[in-house]
Design a protein around this ligand. Structure first.
Ligand SMILES: [Zn+2]
Length: 433
C-alpha cells in the first residue's frame, strides 16, 4: 500500500495564509507588493509568522530573502529548497509568486504534523523582487541571493514608481546592499541539493486541457530587440508610384510576416518557440494618412527552451532583414539585444514529480514555461531544479488570477510525498490522503 500523509489540514493552513496575504496587501483592485516596498514586507512578515507557528527556524539574509527551515537530522547535508517570490505587480493577483512560498510552508506543515524529522533540512525561501515592473532587471532577488548581480546594481537600478535606487529601498527596509556591491553570495549553491518552485500557470493551457497541474520541462530563454527600427523615406501617398517608394512600414510588416511563417514551419517541425512584435509604430510627429511612412519602430520578443534555436533565429533575422531592405530600399537597425538563457528542468526531479502524481492519482502534463522564473537562476548555477505549475484562471499579473482550493490540494498531494522522498524522510501510513 502506498505511503500517504493526510494533506487536508495542510491545505487549510495554505488557504489561511493565502487569505491573510490577500487581506493585508489588498490594494483594490487586487494586491500590491512592491519589490522592497511595504506590501512585499508585509508578505514576508506573514510568511515568517506562519513558518514560526509550525516550528520552523526563520531568518532573513542581508538582501532580505526569507529563509524558513525545517531542520533535518543531518544538518551537514545540502538542503532540499522550495521557494518563489513574494512581490507582485501593482494591483496584481494574490497567487503569482506567493503560492509557491505558501506551498513550501504547507509541505513543512504536513511533515511536521506527521511527526516526520527529515534526513536533511527542508529550506523554504521567500525571494525578493522578481517582478520586473519595479526594477528593470530580471530575477533580481534570486541573483542577489547568489551574488550574481552586477556590482553597481544597488546604486544604478531605480524603482520605476519612485525613482529611488535599489540601495535606498533596501535601506528603507533595514536591509544591506553591501553583498550586492561586493558580489557576495548569501546562499552557497553547494548547500542546495535541489530547488523546486511551484507557481501558477500564467497562460490558459491547464484550464483549456482540464488538468490541475503541469510538470515544467524548461523555462524559455529570450532574445529581445526592444528598440528595433526601419528607415525608408517619407513620400506623397498619391504622387509616388510603387517602384519609387521606400516604405518603412511595409518593410517592417514584411519582416514580421516572414518571421511568423518561419515560426509556423519550425513549430510544425516540433520546435519550442514563441515570437511577438509587441510594438509597431510609425512616428506620430511625421506620419499622416497621406504620406508613405519613412520610419517604423518595432520590438521583437522571441523565446524558446532551445538556446541554439534562438541563435539560429538571430542569424535568420539579419539575413532576412538584409534581403527585405534591399528589395524595398530601406535599412533595418535592430538596436541592442537583451538575452536570457533557457533553463532546462532536471530530468530526475521531473520524473519524481510525475511518479508522485501517478501515485496520488492526480493527472499532470508536461509543458514549457513561457515566462521567466527565479528557478532559472538556480538551474543556471547547475542546481537540479524543477517547477510545478498550478491551474489558474484568467491569466496573471491582474487581480482576476484564480487558483482554486482543489488544485492547491492536488499540488500538496503530489509535492508532499515527492519532497518527503527528496528529503529522505520516512512517511507514516495514513488512512486518508
Ligand atoms: Zn511569478
Amino acid at each position: 500500500m502506498a505511503r500517504r500523509m493526510e494533506t487536508v489540514p495542510s491545505l487549510a493552513f495554505a488557504l489561511d495564509l493565502l487569505g491573510r496575504l490577500a487581506a493585508e496587501t489588498e490594494d483594490t483592485p487586487g494586491v500590491t507588493r512592491a519589490s522592497f516596498g511595504a506590501g512585499e514586507a508585509t508578505a514576508h512578515r506573514l510568511a515568517a509568522e506562519a513558518a514560526r507557528a509550525i516550528g520552523m527556524e526563520v531568518r532573513w539574509d542581508l538582501v532580505g530573502t526569507l529563509h524558513a527551515t525545517l531542520p533535518g537530522r543531518d544538518r551537514s547535508l545540502p538542503a532540499v529548497v522550495i521557494g518563489s517570490h513574494l512581490d507582485s505587480v501593482p494591483h496584481g493577483g494574490n497567487f503569482d509568486g506567493a503560492a509557491g512560498v505558501v506551498l513550501g510552508l504547507a509541505i513543512a506543515h504536513a511533515l511536521r504534523r506527521a511527526g516526520v524529522t527529515p534526513q536533511r533540512d527542508l529550506l523554504v525561501l521567500g525571494i525578493r523582487a522578481e517582478e520586473m515592473c519595479w526594477f528593470h532587471a530580471h530575477y533580481l532577488g534570486s541573483r542577489a541571493l547568489f551574488g550574481l548581480l552586477p556590482r553597481d546594481a544597488a546604486d544604478t537600478l531605480r524603482r520605476a514608481d519612485t525613482g529611488q535606487t535599489l540601495a535606498q529601498h533596501m535601506q528603507d527596509q533595514f536591509l544591506d546592499p553591501t553583498p550586492i556591491r561586493e558580489g557576495q553570495a548569501l546562499l552557497d549553491p553547494a548547500r542546495v541539493a535541489c530547488f523546486l518552485e511551484p507557481h501558477i500557470e500564467q497562460g490558459p493551457v491547464l484550464v483549456e486541457t482540464g488538468l490541475p497541474l503541469a510538470v515544467v520541462t524548461g523555462i524559455r530563454g529570450s532574445l529581445r530587440y526592444p528598440r528595433a527600427s526601419v528607415t525608408g523615406a517619407y513620400a506623397h501617398a498619391g504622387a509616388v508610384p510603387r517602384a519609387g517608394r521606400r516604405d518603412a512600414a511595409l518593410a517592417g510588416v514584411a519582416l514580421i510576416s516572414a518571421l511568423d511563417a518561419h515560426w509556423a514551419a519550425l513549430e510544425a517541425a516540433g520546435a519550442d518557440l514563441v515570437c511577438t512584435a509587441g510594438i509597431l509604430a510609425t512616428d506620430p510627429v511625421h506620419h499622416a494618412p497621406t504620406k508613405v511612412p519613412g520610419a517604423l519602430r518595432f520590438s521583437l520578443d522571441i523565446r524558446s527552451q532551445d538556446a541554439a534555436l534562438l541563435a539560429e533565429i538571430d542569424g535568420w533575422l539579419r539575413v532576412t532583414a538584409a534581403r527585405i531592405g534591399a528589395e524595398r530600399g530601406v535599412t533595418f537597425d535592430f538596436g541592442p539585444p537583451t538575452h536570457t538563457s533557457p533553463a532546462l528542468m532536471d530530468a530526475g526531479l521531473r520524473a519524481a514529480l510525475r511518479a508522485a502524481a501517478a501515485e496520488a492519482d492526480v493527472p499532470v502534463r508536461d509543458m514549457a514555461s513561457g515566462a521567466g522564473h527565479d528557478c532559472a537562476t538556480f538551474a543556471g548555477l547547475g542546481i537540479p531544479s524543477a517547477m510545478l505549475f498550478l491551474r489558474n484562471r484568467n491569466g496573471s499579473h491582474n487581480p482576476e488570477e484564480a487558483l482554486d482550493a482543489p488544485d492547491i490540494h492536488a499540488a500538496l498531494k503530489v509535492l508532499v510525498p515527492a519532497v518527503a522522498g527528496l528529503l529522505g524522510a520516512r512517511l507514516p501510513e495514513a488512512a486518508h490522503g
